[in-house]
Design a protein around this ligand. Structure first.
Ligand code: SIN
Ligand code: FE
Length: 311
């Protein structure tokens, strides 16, 4: 099975009553943490067609730096929108705010164990046709990769993403392959894990953590990457650069139909988007302490492989 279909999870009242709510939420969290994709064939939260239509009619700035339009819920800020009237812009912002709120409210019920400790990260609106996009190699979406954010290191926290296909009649088509552990066993060494694992003595680690704490206490915006974050960025790039891996690996193709929503830890489920236009996405960072199966987290898998701490 390539995904777990939640709305088809056979029960007269759907997923809401299919198990006791706490047991159900734990089960779905565990499935996600083990690399499953949870799939809803219809919208599990409110997003009226009028709002979807408005989003589809928008335009983003032409820039290679800004791959999509982004919305930052913490500061209620939209980025990457092409110049438009202020009335139009405030409607846009209102819709993205409401989308982010609705999807977060839904997950609060559906994946309750995460909500106490997660960070609600960026949301995005993906307006461009993915097939044939002309992007620099490391930014290409059509090459299999696991996610790592250059400007938002997670320090071992996991990247949880919710996607919704708002295209009227075309699917969003992904490829996926073996999960993180299998890829790490094959390629982590070649991607530079041993070098990163020995680079830092415990004294240096202590100093780095203190500097990071001080910088965040002072509100300084710095990119504080742990060895784990460094490795994940390298691994992301390594997989995209490896023409052999891209060509030879076993692929499973997934076509997410219009109005489908899917939830996935994209730091451990390799993915490539081959085609599709118009999607919404909301990201959450789930720290290790909120996970039900922390040993399945990429940081723990890598630590087992190299025999060192990477935080
Ligand atoms: C990605 O995260 O690589 C892109 C996925 C998508 O836009 O469908
Ligand atoms: Fe990605």
């Amino acid at each position: 099975m390539s995904w777990i279909s939640v709305s088809d999870f056979q029960h007269p009242n759907g997923w809401r009553n299919s198990r006791s709510s706490a047991e159900r939420a734990q089960w779905y969290c565990q499935q996600l943490e083990q690399g499953q994709i949870l799939f809803f064939s219809t919208l599990p939260f409110a997003l009226p067609e009028g709002q979807q239509e408005f989003l589809r009619s928008q335009h983003q700035v032409a820039s290679q730096k800004q791959k999509n339009i982004s919305y930052r819920p913490a500061v209620d800020k939209l980025r990457g929108v092409r110049q438009t009237s202020s009335a139009e812009l405030s409607r846009f912002q209102e819709i993205m705010r409401e989308y982010s709120r609705q999807v977060t409210q839904f997950l609060t019920e559906f994946l309750t164990p995460y909500t106490k400790h997660w960070t609600v990260d960026l949301a995005s609106l993906r307006l461009l046709e993915e097939e044939g996009r002309d992007l620099p190699l490391h930014q290409r979406n059509d090459l299999l990769h696991v996610d790592a954010f250059p400007t938002r290191p997670t320090q071992g926290g996991r990247i949880l993403r919710v996607f919704t296909n708002i295209n009227l009649d075309r699917p969003r088509v992904w490829n996926t392959t073996d999960r993180f552990e299998a890829l790490a066993q094959r390629f982590a060494h070649a991607a530079g894990l041993p070098q990163l694992a020995v680079q830092e003595s415990s004294l240096v680690r202590k100093f780095r953590r203190q500097v990071n704490r001080l910088a965040s206490a002072m509100g300084t915006r710095t990119v504080n990457r742990s060895p784990y974050d460094h490795f994940m960025l390298r691994f992301h790039n390594y997989l995209k650069e490896s023409t052999n891996f891209q060509r030879e690996c076993a692929k499973i193709c997934l076509a997410f139909p219009p109005q489908a929503t899917w939830i996935v830890f994209t730091d451990a489920v390799p993915h490539a988007v081959l085609s599709g236009q118009f999607a919404l996405e909301q990201t959450y960072i789930v720290p290790l302490k909120a996970l039900l199966l922390p040993d399945q987290a990429p940081i723990r898998i890598l630590e087992r492989l190299c025999g060192r701490r990477l935080s």
